[in-house]
Design a protein around this ligand. Structure first.
Ligand SMILES: Cc1ncc(COP(=O)(O)O)c(C=O)c1O
Length: 374
């Protein structure tokens, strides 16, 4: 089976875990977490970085940090993973879904203005599949209407827009180290910000609303619980893996970009396929390589046909506004189309050129088969 995604670990991660286990500190917010924070601050050109147990927790705390509360409305990209809309609901606020550009899959800034009202407090923008959204226009609108900007940068570590890294545009941003991300420690995440106050809130709320045990270890001080915090800490075992993954990150991303370019070559002449669009001045890190299929192609049938050839594929991601949990009246036709017609192809560091060619060949074959009705 050629899998959709496969993490790339070697002896370096194993050595790092051994060292952490030997060190005696395996809980969260310890020395390995601090090391990871330093590394991510430098990568994202931000002042503060707080490791957490996943990106969803990071989105939740980011929204709380900028002051989102019940009754508020948050504008959010519709074409995304459940984590994005859910995080807004965790705060008791309402997600207002904004449709996406059909080519880039990212939030369409021209549709934001009509959704703003007196309850609108923030824009939660997603960098879909590892490509930064149109931040120039989005930040202009946010400034004009005094809205906070939170980046769901789950898939976008290392991605750039006009040379500036994902995570450095908004008030605060959250990244993921989930297994399908370019750098992974199984499950994990990290929040970055340039705002000291937001960083303090996220750090405290990730640890029950008190100072971490690591910070308190050299003094006898009994903390009091000043805020209803959570337990969202990233263990130092995970942090040490994420750190090693990020050390070899440029290599990982360049390899994924090379395979993406090969797919583009092999698929671009198929009139039933739109290959991923790379917006100008963007450095796409291809967490996912997702194509869009013509409406005449039955995407779900294609997934099953490819499975029978030993190829694992997947839908791109979800249209949020149609999900019952949100009870939304928003209309997002592009996102709905992408939800039905996008297809994520296998892409990972160790995928060979031969495997990539095999996937493209079978994809073209099964599309032609569907079209010809044979
Ligand atoms: C856009 C987006 N946001 C948030 C998440 C949640 O990340 P995590 O699994 O680390 O909570 C994901 C996960 O795939 C995602 O794709």
């Amino acid at each position: 089976m050629i899998h959709l995604s496969k993490p790339y670990f070697d002896k370096r991660e194993i050595k790092a875990v051994e060292e952490t286990l030997d060190s005696g500190w395996v809980a969260g917010q310890g020395p390995k977490g601090i090391e990871l924070s330093e590394q991510v601050k430098s990568l994202t050109e931000t002042k503060y970085a707080i490791p957490l147990n996943n990106c969803t927790a990071g989105l939740h705390l980011s929204l709380l940090a900028v002051g989102i509360k019940p009754g508020d409305e948050v504008l959010v990209s519709d074409y995304t993973f459940p984590a994005t809309g859910h995080a807004i609901m965790y705060c008791g606020a309402t997600p207002i879904f904004v449709d996406v550009n059909i080519k880039s899959y990212n939030m369409d800034p021209t549709l934001i203005g009509e959704k703003i009202n007196k309850n609108t407090k923030a824009i939660l923008v997603v960098h879909v599949f590892g490509q930064v959204a149109d931040m120039g226009l989005i930040l202009n609108i946010a400034t004009k209407h005094n809205l906070k900007v939170i980046e769901d940068a789950a898939c976008a570590m290392g991605a750039k827009y006009n040379g500036k890294p994902a995570g450095s545009f908004g008030d605060i941003a959250s990244f993921s180290f989930h297994a399908r991300k370019n750098a992974t420690c199984g499950e994990g995440g990290i929040v970055v910000t340039n705002n000291e106050c937001y960083a303090d809130i996220v750090s405290s709320l990730s640890c029950f609303g008190i100072d971490s045990a690591f910070k308190r270890q050299n003094e006898f001080a009994i903390p009091s619980f000043t805020a209803l915090g959570y337990n969202y800490k990233l263990s130092d075992i995970n942090a040490s893996i994420a750190y090693e993954q990020l050390k070899k990150y440029p290599n990982t991303v360049e390899r994924k970009r090379t395979i993406a370019a090969l797919y583009n070559n092999l698929l671009q002449n198929n009139e039933f396929i739109s290959i991923p669009y790379e917006a100008p001045n963007n450095y796409h890190i291809y967490q996912t390589y997702a194509i869009t299929l013509d409406k005449r192609i039955n995407r779900d049938k294609l997934i099953l046909s490819l499975k029978s050839e030993g190829i694992q594929t997947q839908i791109g991601t979800y249209a949020s506004h149609i999900q019952p949990v949100y009870n939304s009246k928003d209309k997002c036709p592009n996102s709905l189309f992408l939800f039905r017609q996008s297809l994520a192809l296998p892409l990972y560091y160790e995928l060979s050129e031969e495997q990539c060619c095999y996937v493209a060949e079978k994809l073209n074959y099964h599309i032609n088969k569907q079209v010809s009705g044979k």
